[in-house]
Design a protein around this ligand. Structure first.
Ligand SMILES: [Zn+2]
Length: 307
C-alpha cells in the first residue's frame, strides 16, 4: 500500500527547479562529465564531494547501490490530479548522494527514479511534448526553472503546474553561484521564489544550483528559504550535446540507462533531443521495473516544518 500510495501521492506544488540547457555545457568539459556528474565536476569542491557519492553508483555502470529485491510496483497510478502538499504523504527523502530513497523500510518501492528538467520554460512546443509524454506514462517531474525564462513565458510555467508537475528554483539568471557574494545569491534565489509564487500561487520547495555549483553560499540560502538543495545522481549529459551531433536521442537514452540505479535523480533539460528521447526512455525505465517517483512525495525542508 505504501508503494501505491507513494505513486499516488500526487500533487501539490512543492518543487521548483529546472536546469537549463545551453547553460550547463561548461561542466561537461570535465572528466567528471562522462559519468553524468559534469556539473559537479565543474568546480565546486563542495559540490564535488556531494556528487561524488552519487558517482559511485553512476560510475560503476549503473549498479544499484541499494537493494533491488523489492518487487517493482509502479506507483504510477497517479493522474493529473491536483493535490496539496499537506495531502501528499512524504514516503521518500533525498540522501546525501542526491538519490531518492524511502523514508521507512516498510516496503515502499525502492526502484524509483526522479525525473527533472532544467533551464526552462523555453518553448511551447517542447513543453507541450514533454507534458504529453509524461502524462502518457503517468509520471510527475520537477521542472527547475530560471527566473528570466519564467518572466518571458509565465504561461508555460502555469501549464506545467496545472498538469500536476512541480516547479523548482534554478536561480534567476543561471549563473554559477558558489563564488558570488551572499547578497547576490540571495537575490538570485529569492527573486525566483517570489516570481514563481506570483505566477502559480506557490513558491518552490526544491532548489538546484546552476551547473550543480551552489557552494556553501548556495546551500546557506537554500536553507534560509526552506528549499531542499539537490544536484543529481544520474546525468543524461543532454547538455553536452550539440545540434550537429548525430544520434543524440539514443545517446540521451543510453547515458541514463548506463547510470540507472534505484533512486536515480535524473538530470535532463528542455532540449529538442531530450524531448524526442523521452517517450522511449520512459518506456525503457518501465521495462526495467522502475516507477517514477512523484516529487510531491519527497520530504523537503518545507514539509518538515509543516504541522
Ligand atoms: Zn541548468
Amino acid at each position: 500500500m505504501s508503494t501505491k500510495a507513494a505513486a499516488i501521492l500526487l500533487t501539490s506544488s512543492l518543487l521548483l527547479g529546472a536546469c537549463g540547457s545551453d547553460t550547463e555545457p561548461a561542466a561537461p568539459a570535465n572528466s567528471a562529465a562522462q559519468s553524468g556528474q559534469a556539473d559537479a565536476g565543474k568546480s565546486d569542491a563542495a559540490e564535488q564531494t556531494a556528487t561524488s557519492s552519487g558517482t559511485d553508483t553512476a560510475a560503476s555502470g549503473g549498479v544499484p547501490a541499494q537493494d533491488k529485491n523489492e518487487p517493482a510496483k509502479t506507483g504510477r497510478e497517479n493522474q493529473d490530479v491536483q493535490g496539496t502538499e499537506e495531502q501528499t504523504p512524504k514516503l521518500y527523502r533525498m540522501n546525501s548522494a542526491y538519490n531518492i530513497v524511502p523514508v521507512k523500510d516498510d516496503g515502499t518501492e525502492k526502484k524509483v527514479v526522479l525525473l527533472t528538467f532544467d533551464d526552462g520554460p523555453k518553448e511551447q512546443a517542447m513543453v507541450d511534448s514533454l507534458l504529453d509524454t509524461l502524462g502518457k506514462h503517468g509520471a510527475k517531474a520537477i521542472f527547475f526553472v530560471n527566473g528570466y525564462r519564467v518572466k518571458e513565458h509565465p504561461e508555460l510555467l502555469k501549464q506545467i503546474d496545472e498538469r500536476g508537475h512541480i516547479i523548482g528554483n534554478h536561480s534567476y539568471d543561471h549563473i554559477v553561484l558558489k563564488n558570488e557574494p551572499l547578497a547576490k545569491v540571495r537575490k538570485q534565489i529569492k527573486d525566483v521564489q517570489v516570481l514563481v509564487k506570483d505566477t502559480i500561487g506557490t513558491a518552490p520547495v526544491f532548489f538546484r544550483p546552476p551547473h550543480g555549483a551552489g557552494g556553501d553560499v548556495g546551500r546557506q540560502v537554500a536553507k534560509e528559504e526552506n528549499l531542499l538543495y539537490m544536484t543529481w545522481s544520474n546525468g543524461s549529459l543532454d547538455w553536452t550535446m550539440k545540434k550537429s551531433d548525430p544520434n543524440k536521442k539514443q545517446a540521451v537514452i543510453n547515458n541514463v540507462m548506463d547510470q540507472l540505479h534505484p533512486g536515480s535523480n535524473i538530470l535532463m533539460h528542455e532540449l529538442p533531443w531530450t524531448v524526442e528521447a523521452l517517450d522511449e526512455l520512459l518506456t525503457k525505465l518501465e521495462q526495467k521495473g522502475y516507477a517514477f517517483v512523484d516529487p510531491h512525495s519527497i520530504a523537503t525542508e518545507a514539509s518538515k516544518l509543516a504541522p
